[in-house]
Design a protein around this ligand. Structure first.
Ligand code: GTP
Ligand code: MG
Length: 408
């Protein structure tokens, strides 16, 4: 009845008058099921006189919906299909009940019935949605404690591998009391600590020897930011740490690329040598023997270009650097990054360096990759500004980025 009244109100407006109501059973499904039908006869937009005044035709319903139903004094009936089995018909007779009925829809009892009905439906919907969410969570991650699921989602959205995320939460659940896990700040801190411990980091470039230069080479796919990162490292070593630095570039086939590093070398007043063969590289390293640090830039190589990778390997072997950093863009997919690590592994990779964290949508990839290939993260870069946008790789910083969805 409440549903039908809601329908009367929505179809015919608050001015509708209830003329008659009736409830009856109807058989459905081959007579096996009984359906309760509520029928309300209501009229609207009518000013029916008591007496013999000519009756106006109803105007509220379009003619197509009007069907005569029997008696001559009946002008029409609108059959409404919604809300399952309720049916509303409109009649403009029975004038004596019109005034009473008109007010009936506005009575507190009807309004309460309508509200009650809506509340019940909302509650049913809410519990249905909750059930669905729980169900899909359980299928997605059966081992994740329900109360910590939001943290799981956050990590997975940052592309932390699902098994890492669920391990973190299981450890958390096993080591802390339920009341501690209700404290959001506590949980946040504990997850941060765990993620922090998971990331292997190398710390900054440090020269341990007392004689001869500490030689560092940066290799990696095209356009990831090797040259920009070399400039940042050189500037920080020279300007912040007061070190003597030399630059070498093996960028042989693109003049523009040499120009790029030359500009930085000029600004920083650091010597730059451009080499085009392994022999020239050996000579250049020897010639810069008085420097504390030598940074070697290389031309980007496509990880699929085996010949170029072989050539690069020859250069690196001859230079014999103290460390080779594989530069990777954190905007690339994990698959792409892993393939680059495998291919550049044939050259030599000691550490990994992630650029463009400012543009990364999925910082969790950095954690997955570092763990999977068991290479320490040396630096991350966070923008195009030389020399500021570079940081020593730190697990805590990365963990915070993962939990904040990558906001630098
Ligand atoms: N947003 C952002 N851009 C960066 C970052 N590092 C480098 N870039 C930009 O990436 C582009 C390519 O940088 P390069 O340093 O020339 O890259 P590369 O690896 O030397 O390129 P190739 O020598 O051609 O292989 C430039 O526009 C840089 O400004 C970073 O951390 N964040
Ligand atoms: Mg370059």
């Amino acid at each position: 009845m409440a549903e039908a009244l809601v329908q009367v109100k929505s179809e015919m407006g608050g001015d509708a008058v209830i003329l008659h109501t009736r409830t009856y059973q109807r058989r459905r499904w081959l007579g096996l099921r009984r359906v309760e039908v509520v029928e309300i006869t209501a009229g609207n937009g009518l000013n029916v006189p008591r007496g013999a005044r000519p009756r106006p035709r109803p105007t509220a319903q379009p003619p197509a919906q009007l069907q005569p139903i029997g008696a001559s004094r009946v002008s029409g009936q609108g059959t409404l299909a919604a809300l399952a089995a309720s049916r509303v018909s409109m009649r403009d007779d029975i004038p004596s009940s019109v005034e009473n009925s008109r007010q009936f829809l506005e009575t507190p009892a009807v309004n309460t019935a309508v509200m009650l009905n809506l509340t019940q439906e909302m509650t049913a919907l809410k519990s249905m949605v909750n059930d669905l969410v729980t169900q899909s969570r359980m299928t997605q991650a059966p081992n994740v404690p329900e109360d910590l699921f939001d943290y799981y989602l956050q990590m997975v959205q940052s592309q932390v591998a699902a098994e890492i995320a669920s391990d973190v939460l299981k450890t958390l659940r096993n080591n802390h009391r339920p009341d501690q896990l209700k404290n959001k700040q506590f949980v946040h801190e504990k997850i941060t600590e765990q993620l922090e411990k998971m990331l292997p980091v190398s710390g900054p470039i440090v020269r341990k020897k007392t004689v001869g230069p500490h030689v560092v080479a940066l290799i990696g796919p095209t356009g990831v930011g090797k040259t920009t990162t070399i400039a940042k490292l050189a500037a920080n070593l020279k300007l912040r740490e007061n070190r003597t630095v030399g630059l070498i570039t093996i960028d042989t086939f693109r003049i523009a690329a040499v120009d790029q590093l030359k500009k930085y070398a000029d600004i920083l007043d650091i010597p730059l040598r451009v080499v085009s063969s392994p022999d020239e590289l050996r000579e250049a390293v020897e010639a810069m023997g008085d420097r504390e640090f030598i940074l070697i830039d290389t031309a980007g190589r496509s990880p699929s270009d085996t010949l170029k990778l072989q050539e690069l390997r020859n250069f690196i072997t001859v230079a014999g650097p103290d460390e080779v950093h594989l530069v990777l863009s954190s905007t690339a997919s994990q698959e792409c990054i892993e393939s680059a690590i495998t291919r550049f592994g044939q050259v030599r990779v000691d550490k990994i360096l992630f650029t463009k964290l400012d543009e990364a949508v999925h910082v969790g990839v950095v954690l997955n990759v570092a763990r999977k290939v068991n290479k320490a993260l040396s630096y991350v870069t966070t923008g195009q500004d030389v020399p500021d946008d570079i940081e020593v790789g730190k697990g805590r910083r990365l963990a915070q980025l993962i939990l904040s969805g990558g906001n630098i």
